[in-house]
Ligand binder design. Structure first.
Ligand SMILES: CC(C)(COP(=O)(O)OP(=O)(O)OC[C@H]1O[C@@H](n2cnc3c(N)ncnc32)[C@H](O)[C@@H]1OP(=O)(O)O)[C@@H](O)C(=O)NCCC(=O)NCCS
Length: 174
């Protein structure tokens, strides 16, 4: 909790607000892989996805709310394939008005806590981040993520091909 803000797991009735948030963030920053084309998902499809996520042991979806407004989303997205089930992909997006007040840190802490909990089977979490996104890279390094590779031309923004960093963190012992 920060003031009127709270973080909780997403529920199916969040679907519409969640899609609106993603669309807004995609336009607010050039740091997301998604651009002005938006999430391209219907509200019904998102509701179904959230229902499945609530039952999943490899995926968790958190929302940050200020009163009833969604202001942040953070996810560990797992894989069904047995050979990849130990790997979770992390993504996070916070509305620009709420940057720099510790919300990203709190959401990442909760994702990592979940990844380390008995309800997850994860052994590795990974993410990609544009090399120029210094704020996000600082946050990930602070949380313990290590840089594994820099992928030249990892993303195209307008006419520019940009470097993308692959970062990871191991979870527990094997
Ligand atoms: C990246 C993002 C999640 C960070 O969330 P946030 O709530 O602003 O993060 P916090 O306030 O918890 O922490 C930000 C940290 O970055 C630091 N920081 C801010 N600007 C920085 C910069 N230009 N360079 C380096 N560090 C910076 C802050 O000092 C703070 O570090 P500290 O806790 O050690 O003092 C958020 O800005 C966001 O959603 N951005 C748009 C989408 C995005 O980039 N997502 C990640 C894509 S991989």
């Amino acid at each position: 909790m920060i003031g009127t803000m709270k973080i909780r797991e997403a529920i199916p009735s969040d679907a519409e607000k969640l899609l609106n948030h993603l669309q807004k963030i995609a336009l607010e920053t050039g740091y997301m892989t998604m651009g002005s084309e938006g999430p391209g998902q219907t509200i019904e499809a998102k509701q179904k996805e959230i229902k499945l996520i609530l039952e999943s042991d490899v995926t968790v979806l958190l929302v940050a709310l200020d009163k009833e407004e969604i202001i942040g989303i953070a996810e560990v997205h797992g894989n069904k394939s047995p050979k990849l089930k130990h790997i979770g992909d992390i993504s996070i997006s916070i509305a620009k008005d709420y940057w720099g007040i510790g919300l990203g840190t709190m959401m990442m802490e909760q994702l990592i806590e979940w990844a380390n909990s008995p309800s997850s089977h994860l052994k590795r979490v990974e993410l990609t981040v544009q090399a120029r996104n210094e704020r996000a890279r600082h946050l990930y390094e602070k949380m313990g993520f290590k840089l594994e590779a820099i992928m030249p031309r990892g993303v195209k923004d307008e006419d520019d091909y940009l470097d993308v960093c692959l970062m990871s963190m191991m979870i527990g012992e094997i």
